[in-house]
Each structure stands twice: as C-alpha cells, then as structure tokens.
Design a protein around this ligand. Structure first.
Ligand SMILES: *Cc1c(COP(=O)(O)O)cnc(C)c1O
Length: 391
C-alpha cells in the first residue's frame, strides 16, 4: 500500500455529473446557456453583490479589470511580488509597467509601504498620481491563500491617490469581514473590481474558469460585453469595441452551479481541518502555522507553515522531496515574480518580507476530502522530516 496524500484536489460529491449531463443533453455546451446565468446569480447572491460576469479564467477576469480600469501602455500598476504570476501578467498584456510593493506578515500587500511609495516616490497633482512621469493608475491586491488583505487601509490610500483597486480574490472566494468598517463585505467586492478563479486547485472548480465583479452593476455588464467579443448586434455582427473571447462555457458553468451548492460545506471543512492542524502543530519548535486576519472569516483555502531556517538545515527542495517519499505532497510558496525573467528589470519597492517568506513557507495538504487520520499522518511526517534536518 503506497500512501499518497495530495496537496489539493477537486471535490465532486454533489450535482456535478447531473448538471453537466443536462447541459450535454440540451446541447448547450458553449458560451450560451442557462447554467452561465445561474452561476452568475448564485455567485452574486453568495457575495451580496448585484452583478457578476462568469468568464474563462481568473487571468481573463484580471485582464478585463485592467482594460476596464483604463490601464494603457506606459501606465504604472502597483503589484505584489509574492503570489501566482497570473496576478501580474495582465499588466504586461496592457503594455503597462508593474512596480512591486512588498507584502506584510499576511503575505498580502503591505499598506504601509504602499502609502510610503505613493507619498515619497510619486507626485500627486490634479488628482493624478505619477511615478517618473508615468501615470499610476491601479493597484492589484491579492488575498493570498484566502487571507483578506488589509482592505480598510488600502481603500483609504487608493481613494486619497485616485487609484483603481483590482482585488485578486481568486484564492479567497467566501472570505469576508466579520467586524469593523467593512463588516459583511466579501473579498472581491470591496475594490473597483474583483476577480475569482475556478481552476482545478481553487476552492471550487469548473475545470478552468473565473468570474468578475465590479462596484457598479453597469460596469459588470460592460465587462460581460467585452468578454463576448463586444457584440453590439448579435445578428448583424456589429462591434463597437475590441472584444475578447473570455466568456465561460455552459459546460463549465454546469460544474460551477453544482460547486456553488457545496461551497459553504467546503469552507466549513477547510476551517475545521485548519483547526485540527493548528492543534497538532501547537508547540512545534521548527515550524509555525500561519494565521489569518483578525476580524475576518477566511475560506482558509491553503495552509502555510513557516519553517525556522535557523534550526532546520535543509533547502525547501530537500524538505519537499523527503515528504514526497513519505507520501505527503507539499510545495514551496511561489518564487518571487520580480525575479522571473520577464520581470527582472522592473522596479521593486522595499522588498523585505516577500523574499523572507519566499524561502520559508511550506504549503501542505488542504483538500476538502482529507480525513482526520490523514491530517495526523501529515503532521507527524512534517515533524519527523523537519526534526531529522535539524540535527
Ligand atoms: C489561480 C490564480 C490566478 C489565475 O487564475 P486562473 O483561473 O488560473 O487563470 C490569479 N491569481 C492568483 C493569486 C491565483 O492563485
């Protein structure tokens, strides 16, 4: 018997097959069909927002947000260095310039450094922020691993400097504030735009897919129009703008509708499993379980352990390989985006925490199907492997 506990796999315990078969039976497999509107409706209800457009991926949702925010060649967009690269690539699709702002201990953008950058490195005149004569138009805020960024402070800064806020909520569907000024507000519904992803490893999946929302319902209508080739007249092929083929298909949406039915249960399990991990890692000296922001309820999509490098003498690769041999799939947090080839010449601002965490964070199994026994096994193996490297 070879044990293998995967990092994160999809869960299809509900109506997925039924709805997908239904879509096939009806012949509605492409970018038209009732499941698409049904998914949009269920997301809007869940997020307490009034308009959501389903699209082809989280990346396309982010790209459309930048287009709609008016980001054009030569503009500056403030972005995070420590996240999945899809959060930043759309800046390049628009031929704009990313500037990397450090994260804080939540792995999300550090609002203090964001403010400092705007105040000290930029010029703010006539309600326009410029950096070296380039207009700073927007900031992309990622809610990393389902942890809410400090949106209260970030929204204040954005308002002060007239920046559009694009929330990358691809990992944070369901995360919301439970206290304070933004109480009841969901990740993705606070800024000007919010992007979601339904890729295979996200909290719900449509195989590949995404969704987008905005703070004004008519803006979402325009995003939907852009995502469907900007058709002004469906029958006579009139197009008044450059559109995109970014719409979700009905087959994907059929999966999505079923997954949305299960989302509350998935979030409940992710939270319960996190609590068990917390209990089991409690007091462990070589690694610290990373928490989630106070005053919020997180979907707890992904779990992170900060490895004490002063005590554990091994590379991330060695740790991951050793765990793989025990049947436990883990991964390192991302490589810094500003160190990837397409970005090595871009400006970075006071990166300290991002490189620190890039070398220390291990992600470990977080699927909704994982059992109590498996969690106990994972913790035991992680403890043994780290201990063996600490001697
Ligand atoms: C998954 C992810 C994306 C991209 O979503 P896709 O649906 O895969 O295009 C963007 N940003 C972050 C932070 C992600 O984790």
């Amino acid at each position: 018997m070879n044990k293998f506990i995967p990092l994160s796999i999809p869960n299809f315990e509900g109506n997925e097959k039924k709805y997908v078969n239904d879509a096939l039976d009806q012949g509605w497999v492409s970018t038209g069909g009732a499941y698409i509107t049904q998914l949009e409706k269920s997301m809007a209800d869940f997020l307490h927002t009034n308009n959501v457009a389903a699209c082809q991926s989280g990346t396309s949702a982010l790209h459309l947000s930048l287009v709609e925010a008016g980001v054009t060649p030569g503009d500056v967009v403030l972005v995070p260095p420590l996240t999945f690269i899809a959060a930043v690539n759309p800046v390049k699709y628009q031929f704009a310039t990313p500037v990397f702002i450090d994260c804080d201990d939540s792995f999300c953008m550090d609002p203090i450094k964001l403010r400092e950058f705007c105040e000290n490195e930029c010029v703010f005149e006539n309600n326009v922020l410029t950096y070296k004569n380039q207009v700073v138009k927007a900031v992309v805020v990622v809610h990393v691993f389902g942890n809410m960024a400090d949106m209260v402070t970030i929204m204040d800064i954005a308002k002060k400097f007239n920046l559009k806020v694009i929330e990358d909520a691809t990992e944070a569907l369901g995360t919301h504030y439970t206290e304070g000024k933004l109480k009841g507000k969901f990740a993705g519904t606070i800024g000007d735009f919010g992007a979601y992803s339904f890729n295979g490893n996200k909290i719900i999946t449509t195989g590949g897919g995404g969704a987008i929302t905005a703070n004004k319902p008519e803006v979402v209508d325009h995003l939907r129009y852009l995502s469907t080739q900007a058709k002004n007249d469906v029958h006579y092929y009139i197009h008044n703008e450059v559109g995109y083929n970014y719409r979700m298909t009905n087959l994907q949406a059929a999966l999505g509708v079923a997954q949305m039915e299960e989302l509350p249960e998935f979030i409940r399990r992710k939270n319960a499993n996190y609590e068990l991990y917390k209990e089991l890692f409690n007091g462990f000296e070589l690694g610290k379980l990373i928490g989630f922001r106070e005053g919020t309820h997180s979907n707890k999509w992904f779990y992170s352990l900060e490895i004490d490098k002063n005590k554990v003498h091994a590379s991330m690769r060695d740790i991951i390989t050793a765990l793989e041999e025990k049947g436990v799939q883990t991964r390192a947090i991302w490589g810094l985006i500003n160190e990837q080839l397409p970005y090595i010449n871009e400006v970075t601002y006071k990166l300290e925490k991002a490189p620190y965490y890039a070398e220390r964070i291990l992600n470990f199994p977080s699927s909704t199907q994982i059992t109590h026994e498996e969690i106990e096994y994972v913790v035991q193996q992680i403890k043994e492997v780290l201990t063996s490297f600490s001697k």
